[in-house]
Write a protein that binds this ligand. Structure first.
Ligand code: FAD
Length: 304
């Protein structure tokens, strides 16, 4: 069995693997796609000490760093169940194998919920974005729309209003769902327009870049079009934790509930990164969190 088995090979899992391996304990990392969300990222400019890099390059560097140590790297492996035995914790893989370990670190990350309209996939990273902290500065002085009137959408609109020329906030329902303080702040901004009761139907472009967005006014049924240079889709970040339901405590959003050391509700099972309740989903935060969970697991091993 492993001393530490990590499930998920994004920034959180990779950092956990490096920290665990450097303690000289038996470390394994199983992941579906090593690199995680960073594989889908164009430019990364906010991982401090790396002024500028590209996602796939960053993902490769994560894997190289992990392989520099004595770590059992199991790529293209999807976990489907977690079972806590009396002594060892078992992780069942989709290929039928079962991995056993004294401690487990869950770092299966999350995915942005997509709208699923024509143009969204085609113009992803060509004007269609999901992370205002990451991509906001690319739209300096331009016109953007934010889709989604919950807390994350309204926060994104307020954040972007300070950077871009104009923000159109589009909400499907007849009212915003964000906290009132955020709504008040939004209403005070001169360069934000809110459109309620609007169903986004398409992102339009010239084949290279996005140039607009179409929506249906749900009250009148009329089809409208807005010209813009960017769209931020903010309709939810979904943690990859469906396979853990019933095995340990999840928040109502499906995030793994962790304490300050990354310990979950199951003794010996730790979690890190976007899959957890830790706020602000960013690479540097996930990586720090992975390091923390590995040290938490090591501490647990010393005491058991
Ligand atoms: P992830 O990166 O999501 O990795 C999860 C890992 O778990 C993957 O290896 C996945 O294959 C694996 N996995 C999932 N389910 C299973 C399973 N059942 N079994 C086995 N393995 C599984 N952040 C920044 O700081 N700066 C940026 O510029 C930036 N830009 C972004 C751009 C885009 C388009 C996106 C989508 C995100 C961006 N982010 C950015 C956010 C950042 O990528 C995430 O916060 C970070 O990758 C989270 O790391 P993680 O390790 O927690 O999860």
């Amino acid at each position: 069995p492993f001393d530490v088995l990590i499930v998920g090979g994004g920034p959180a899992g990779a950092a956990a693997a490096v920290y665990a391996a450097r303690k000289g304990i038996r470390t394994g990392i199983a992941s579906e796609r090593f690199g995680g969300q960073t594989l889908d990222t164009l430019g990364i400019e906010n991982f401090v000490s790396v002024k500028e890099t590209e996602g796939p390059k960053f993902a490769l560097a994560l894997e190289e760093h992990v392989r520099h140590y004595d770590v059992d790297v199991m790529n293209l492996q999807r976990a489907k169940a977690l079972k806590a035995g009396s002594e060892l914790i078992e992780v069942e893989l989709e290929n039928g194998a079962t991995l056993k370990s004294r401690t487990v670190i869950l770092s299966t990350g999350a995915r942005w919920r997509k709208l699923g309209v024509p143009g969204e996939e085609e113009y992803r990273n060509k004007g269609v974005a999901y992370c205002p902290h990451c991509d906001g500065p690319l739209f300096k002085g331009k016109r953007v729309a934010v889709i989604g009137g919950g807390n994350s959408g309204v926060e994104a609109a307020i954040d972007l209003a300070g950077l871009v020329a104009h923000v159109t906030l589009i909400e499907f329902g007849t009212a915003l769902r964000a906290d009132q303080v955020l709504q008040d702040k939004l209403a005070s901004l001169p360069n934000v327009r809110t459109i309620l009761n609007a169903q986004t139907t398409e992102m339009t472009g010239d084949g290279q870049k996005i140039n607009g967005l179409s929506y249906t006014d749900r009250a009148s049924g009329a089809s409208e079009h807005i010209e813009l240079e960017g769209v931020f889709v903010q309709i939810g970040l979904v943690p990859n934790t469906e396979w853990l339901k019933g095995a340990l405590e999840l928040s109502r959003h499906g995030e793994i509930i962790v304490d300050a050391r990354g310990q979950t509700s199951l003794p010996g099972v730790f979690a890190a990164g976007d899959a957890t309740t830790v706020p602000f989903k960013q690479i540097i935060i996930a990586a720090g969190d992975g390091a923390k969970a590995a040290l938490g697991a090591f501490d647990h091993l010393m005491r058991h």
